[in-house]
Every structure is written in structure tokens, then in C-alpha cells.
Design a protein around this ligand. Sequence first.
Ligand code: AMP
Length: 400
Amino acid sequence: MKIFVVNTGSSSLKYQLIEMNGEEVISKGLVERIGTEGSSMTYHVKGEKRKIEKTIPNHTDAIKLVFETLKEDRVLTDISEIDAVGHRVVHAGEKYSGSVLITEDVVNALDECSFFAPLHNPPNIKGIRACQEVMPDVPMVGVFDTAFHQTMPDYSYMYALPYELYEKYRVRRYGFHGTSHRYVSQVAMELLGKKESKIISCHLGNGASVCAVLNGKSIDTSMGHTPTGGLIMGTRCGDVDPALIPILENVEGLSAKQIDDIMNKKSGMLGVSGISNDFRDLENAFHEGNRRAKLALEMFDYRLKKFIGAYTIAMGGLDALVFTAGIGENDYETRYEACKGMEFMGLYLDVEKNKSVRGELAEISLPESKVKVYVIPTNEELMIARDTLEIVKSIQAVKA
Ligand code: AMP
């Protein structure tokens, strides 16, 4: 069975074509700058990386280009070989706690959730519409970033604002990176050999979040109503005192939109260091003695440790600490700092092993460590494809 996994942004479309028999990625690629000048498609096929530069006016044309290319490269003889499509969608509000078959009602519900994620849901819906246009008879499944966190208890997800704001606008913590946290925590449970477990998943990329996974379920996560909350990120501030917003309005004369821009695009590691949002640049600058790069890295590590501590207490212990995404998979210094001084709770990092691990699955705690520490490369596309396969199979079973 061949499943096409799609992740659309406002001007981009990322895809993977996965043969589920063996879970092999047959082709993957990225269409960029859709609808603007300089649009292109970069893709991997048969071990080679290739690039096509041409005008791509909209997402439907992007999908058409992907399939033309797959046919030219003889990866597919016809679009009809695609059995199902899995779509990554950022926000499903309180509507969906798992992946679902996409129907008109689902698209309408996701459209309503655009209120929560105005930058993400509309392009995700564009991607669904484009695929429906090109493959009208192929079943499609929506996999939501927020869904995994729908198991959080109310005392964990509610904000201490007037309750009417929750009733009127569903103002609450939703959490994001759910597909990644679900994937790596599943792998961690397999490595631990048990589902009854206390796991903290640290998805540390340009966007970053921590998730407390108790017995396979998310019970708390660091991102909030939006992906701006929680940890310090590449360009996002994470948690700040909310009363700063009216203060900034007054002292700097900024509008809500300008403050939003500052908090999402000019803050975080970039804002504090004044150098870069990329940890590689920051660590180079730190080793050259740059004071603000040092401060930004120390702030990041400290905030991360506080979340790990809080979630360990919330779960009443910890079996495994997992690192994933760009920083979590590659940056041994961040992993070292996060694990430093945790021997009191039975966490012993294998310092040498940690140094050697980059982008591969590995246990980086010492054998005697009660708390296991894992590096688990995330694979959201595979998770989307697995959900899609499961849903499509269950529909076929009902029809049979
Ligand atoms: P992601 O959003 O998961 O793609 O992660 C991107 C971020 O990972 C980059 O901005 C870097 O900060 C970080 N990163 C990627 N590779 C490395 C590396 N080798 N060492 C340190 N940080 C890295």
C-alpha cells in the first residue's frame, strides 16, 4: 500500500511517498515559494537529490508537479497507485483527539479552528483541497498536532483566566508537536519494554516543547494556547509574564500585532543573543567567548531543566527522558546540560556516549541509570502514514 504524506505551509508543500509494506520512503521532497517568484521543487529519488525551478502558481499545481515528476522518474506509473493521503494539520481544537478520515464536515471543523492557528490551518486546508482536486477518489486522513494532548486533564490545560473566556473562545492550553511526542514516546515505551511508564519527551528544534507522557498519554506539555508558550525557542520567547504585553504597549507604543511579531520572530535565542536562532552558531559564538550567546544557551538549558523537574514531580517519577528534533538529536552539549546534576534522582548520563551520538537512535544513559536517556530521531511522516493506513484499513474492513 502506498501512502502519500503531505504537510503544507502558506507557500510550501512537503511530501513523502511511503510504501507501507516495509515502511520504506520511496520519494520525498519540498516545493517552496509557491505563488511567488523563484518557486522550485527539491526532491530525493533513487538516492539522488534533484531540483526543478519553475513557476508554481498554487498548491494544486504543486501537487500536479510532484506527481508528474514521480511519473517521469518511474516511481509511479499512475496516480491511481496512491492508496491514501495523510495530511498534517496543526490545530483541531477540542474537536479531535485522534486522526480522522477527512470529510466535508472535518474540513469545516478545521476551518473553524483557523481562529486558533491563522497561519497554519488555512494552508493545511489548501493542501487538502489541492489533493482532493488531483485525487478525488482517494481516501484522505487528517493527523493533528494538537490531538495527542487532548488527554491532558482540565487542571493541566486550563488557564486561570475568567472561566467565561474558556466557554466563549475555548481559551486553554492545547499543546503542539503531538505527532512527534507520540512517535518518540511509543519508541521509548518499546525500548523500556512497558507501556506503564513515565516518560518526558523533549522535542527540541527551532520550535521546541516538552511533554509529560504517563502510561502512553500526554498529561502536560509546555506549549500553550499557541506554539509561542513554554520553552525558549529559536525566535519565540516561550513563557513570559503576560502583564508585559500592556506594559510594552504603553512604553514602546506597540500594537498587539507588533508585539506578537516580536514574541514570535525576534525573541528567543535570536533575541537574547543578537546573533542567531541556530544552536550551531550560538555554540560557536559561546566557545569564542560571546557573553550573550552564553546567556541565551544558559537560559535555554535552565528553562528546559525546570520543565523536566516539574513533569517528573507531576508524574511521581521518571523512567525515560527522550531527546528529539534538530537540537535534541544532534546537540550533545544541550543534552549534557539538561541531564547535569540529576544523579540525585537516579539519572546517570553516559557522557562519552552522549558526545558521539548525532541523529541516530541511541541509549545515552549508563547501564546503572534508573532513568533511561534516549536519543530518538522523530518521524512525524511515518506516524501520519501509520495512522492513515490504520484508518483506511478499518474503513475497508467495515465495507467488506
Ligand atoms: P528542527 O526545527 O527540528 O529542524 O531543528 C532545527 C534546529 O536544530 C537548528 O536551528 C539548530 O539550532 C539545531 N541543529 C541542527 N543540527 C545541529 C547540530 N549538528 N548541532 C547543534 N544544533 C543543531
